[in-house]
Design a protein around this ligand. Structure first.
Ligand SMILES: [Zn+2]
Length: 235
């Protein structure tokens, strides 16, 4: 099992670690700051710096088969490190920070648009959510104004843990129908923006909504019956 440094500290840019194993799928470490693809957020990229001075470029991060198993995917043709090798795992922080800002922004969009979320995706500099709502009910300018007001208000963003039982008793907390909350370990991590949004989420977030910065709303696309896609980009 990998110690998930990013879960308690999304601002950790690097950590010392030891190679637990490496095969054709990628490299496993005893601890990592690299977030794996999941919950609509892409996996991290970065560098593993070995004591020898060698550097291994990591082009993607994925979940393994075991709970809390993280696979660091090296660039093609990379020589794999031996188990036990000590190294420093270092994120491409600029990219990760943009992903954290956009991911947190999608939480705010949930608060601005009433209706069930049927899908979503964060990418570098952009993000989108799909809502199960009638198309005529969405006003692009009003959504942009509401979203930017919540960003500018500087709301704190805080993690909170509840038990699986508490979550099961409060199904209204789960806004995203397509993304199953991370449960089964006895407790579930909630992200709370007090008075704005509260939902289970295992992703990485910034500490304060002001850190997101101004955003623009792109096209609102019709993706089928009562399914509207709202596209966001940094202004
Ligand atoms: Zn989140």
């Amino acid at each position: 099992m990998t110690e998930l440094v990013f879960r308690d500290d999304a601002y950790a840019r690097s950590c010392a670690a030891r190679v637990a194993g490496a095969d054709e799928r990628g490299i496993r470490l005893d601890r990592t700051v690299f977030y794996p693809t999941g919950g609509g957020q892409p996996g991290d990229t970065g560098t593993l710096r070995l004591a020898s001075g060698a550097a291994i470029a990591i082009i993607d991060t994925l979940k393994g088969d075991l709970p809390d198993e993280i696979i660091h995917v090296p660039a093609p043709g990379t020589a794999l490190p031996e188990p036990g090798t000590e190294l420093v795992a270092e994120l491409d922080w600029q990219r990760r920070h943009r992903l954290m800002r956009m991911h947190t922004c999608l939480h705010l969009l949930c608060a601005v648009v009433p209706g069930a979320v049927t899908g979503g995706q964060v990418s570098d500099g952009r993000g989108r959510l799909d809502f199960d709502v009638p198309g005529s009910s969405l006003d692009r300018d009003a959504i942009a104004a509401g979203l930017n007001a919540l960003i500018a208000a500087g709301h704190p963003v805080m993690p909170r843990w509840i038990s699986d039982e508490e979550l099961a008793a409060r199904p209204e907390l789960v806004r995203t129908m397509s993304v199953k909350p991370p449960s089964g370990a006895g407790r579930v991590r909630l992200m709370e923006i007090p008075g704005v949004d509260l939902q289970p989420c295992g992703g990485t977030h910034i500490r304060n909504t002001a850190e997101i910065g101004p955003v623009t709303i792109g096209k609102i696309e019709n993706k089928g019956r009562q399914n509207r896609r709202i596209n966001i980009a940094f202004a």
